[in-house]
Write a protein that binds this ligand. Structure first.
Ligand code: NAD
Length: 492
């Protein structure tokens, strides 16, 4: 699938509660298409009282359904069916995802939807793999830990990959036997409603997977504070993550997984093999989804002797990107999520240039679909650690370039004062690559590549202010379980 007519995509609004679409909520929020700035639908905002009621209902539904006590193989088979339905629904889900987000239709169809389905399938297979442990006790006792679900998990998702980010939350939670109340971003609230419909069709009991609509301050805050939410899982900005952690502490010291922002370095040594490939990886790492990626490799650190050569190659590749609507066949540069975010990118670049940076390419808005906001892939040189574009997460296609002469200097530049989400190192020297892997403070390090593969076993998560805990991997599954210790006296 490589294009669609935006006027022909049917959008269901509202919440999805107890297996049904519900429109309740007096206040409405308009939802704007980033591709052309048109307000194409609205969502009801769940008030704090309504949110409380929805969570009470989810708790009751979870207990009544027996989902948490069901045979793990049965849960696995329901979730495998759910994955199959998602994969088969690509013709509906991909346009729905692309319509109101920054995801071009080709990518939504070829990656977001299949990757969502595979993530659900991956966690389905965990359902009967981790039940607890028998402890090494003396022979007069039998000690064990029993894995149990929390109950109702509160999940809050960002707008940059609406389906994929939501699936990383809901799939391990459901597989572990929990119910989920998911609040998508108010900017991209619709595609997960289709996901919830498919979950019920697959056999997830009504009320076990719910979608609640609203803004962060009203609905999101009430969600994380409710006493029946026993665990919170969040992906979004570092600032919101800190607010949610505080709310979790104030409302019952509940565990929280936080996947937050980043300012990830890509370090290129002069011996890096195949410089054209390196240039392409770096270009994709900063311009994919127009840089609106948590792990965007937005800080290029390059050995001085190859800096001009590499920068020229990256600039040429970035120049090939074509801005346009997410429903157009030719689009390779996504729209920016909102006019306000485009203005923020613009002002960070302007202030960085006013501070002495030079623009190698881009540095301005790009022409795309009328009404949408687009930003040209940009390389900023003559920057240092104090430059705003080096310090701050821009969340746009903006790459800063700094040079180094020694390995120590490269490492010192690569460490960021606040963030530690991901890092890339490109070199032919394995020892040097491994020294970098050991020394860099980052939750993920890619060597001679940049970006994740479809290997769900590799968890993702940040060091420092980039997060707490992991999505994906065994870790994300275990984070949706609590472990009960049992000690039995078996003396005769
Ligand atoms: P955001 O923090 O503005 O919003 C994320 C979600 O939190 C939204 O659903 C929002 O409604 C909700 N929210 C806002 N305030 C809240 C509050 N007080 N209580 C509860 N919920 C609240 O983030 P965003 O702009 O949607 O997403 C972009 C950010 O997400 C970037 O910083 C990016 O790096 C980060 N991100 C991180 C990862 C990762 O895996 N580390 C992945 C994707 C995005």
């Amino acid at each position: 699938m490589d294009s669609f007519d935006p006027g022909k995509v049917a959008v269901r609004s509202g919440h999805f509660i107890g297996g049904k679409h519900i429109e309740e909520g007096t206040q409405k929020l308009q939802v704007v298409r980033p591709s052309d700035g048109i307000a194409y639908a609205s969502i009801p905002v769940a008030s704090a009282e309504m949110t409380d009621r929805i969570i009470e209902n989810a708790w009751t539904a979870w207990r009544a359904s027996g989902w948490g006590q069901s045979a793990p193989r049965d849960r696995a088979s329901v979730l495998r069916r759910f994955a199959d339905l998602v994969a088969a629904d690509v013709e509906t889900l991909a346009p729905l995802e692309a319509l109101g987000s920054t995801r071009p239709i080709r990518e939504a169809a070829a990656w977001d939807v299949p990757f969502t389905a595979e993530g659900i399938r991956f966690y389905a297979e965990f359902a009967d793999k981790i039940g607890g442990d028998v402890a090494a006790t003396d022979h007069d006792h039998l000690g064990m830990t029993i894995a149990e679900p929390y109950g109702v998990v509160g999940a809050i998702a960002p707008w940059n990959f609406p389906l994929v980010m939501a699936s990383w939350k809901l799939a391990p939670a459901l597989a572990a036997g929990n119910a989920v109340v998911l609040k998508p971003s108010e900017a991209t609230p619709f595609s997960v409603l289709r996901l919830a419909e498919l979950a019920v069709e697959a056999g997830v009991p009504p009320g076990v997977f719910n979608v609640i609509q609203g803004d962060g301050h009203t609905t999101g805050d009430a969600l994380v504070r409710h006493p029946h939410i026993s665990k919170v899982t969040f992906t979004g900005s570092t600032r919101t993550g800190a607010a949610i952690m505080a709310a979790c502490a104030q409302s019952g010291t509940k565990p929280v997984t936080l996947e937050l922002g980043g300012k990830s370095p890509q370090v290129v040594f002069a011996d890096a093999p195949r410089l054209d490939d390196v240039a392409r990886r770096i270009a994709t790492g900063v311009a994919g989804n127009a840089g609106q990626v948590c792990v965007a490799g937005s800080r290029l650190l390059v050995e001085r002797s190859i800096a001009d050569d590499l920068a020229g190659r990256i600039a040429r590749i970035l120049g090939e990107r074509k801005a346009g609507a997410t429903w157009s066949r030719d689009t390779t540069l996504s729209p920016i999520i909102s006019a306000a975010q485009a203005a923020r990118i613009e002002s960070i670049v302007q202030r960085t240039v006013a501070g002495g940076a030079t623009v190698l390419c881009g540095g301005c808005r790009a022409e795309g679909e009328a009404g949408g906001a687009f930003y040209s892939p940009t390389i900023l040189c003559n920057v240092n650690e104090q430059s705003e574009a080096v310090r701050e997460e821009v969340f746009g296609p903006v790459l800063t370039l700094q040079t180094f002469d020694t390995e120590d200097e490269a490492l010192a530049l690569a460490q960021h004062a606040d963030y530690g989400l991901a890092a890339g190192v490109h070199t032919a020297d394995l020892g040097r690559a491994m020294r970098f892997v050991r020394a860099i403070e980052a939750g993920t390090v890619w060597v001679n590549r940049y970006g994740r593969t479809s290997d769900f076993m590799i968890p993702t998560g940040g060091y420092k202010r980039s997060g707490v805990g992991k999505d994906l991997g065994r870790q994300a599954y275990e984070a949706n379980l609590r472990f009960k210790s049992v000690l039995i006296d078996i003396r005769s």
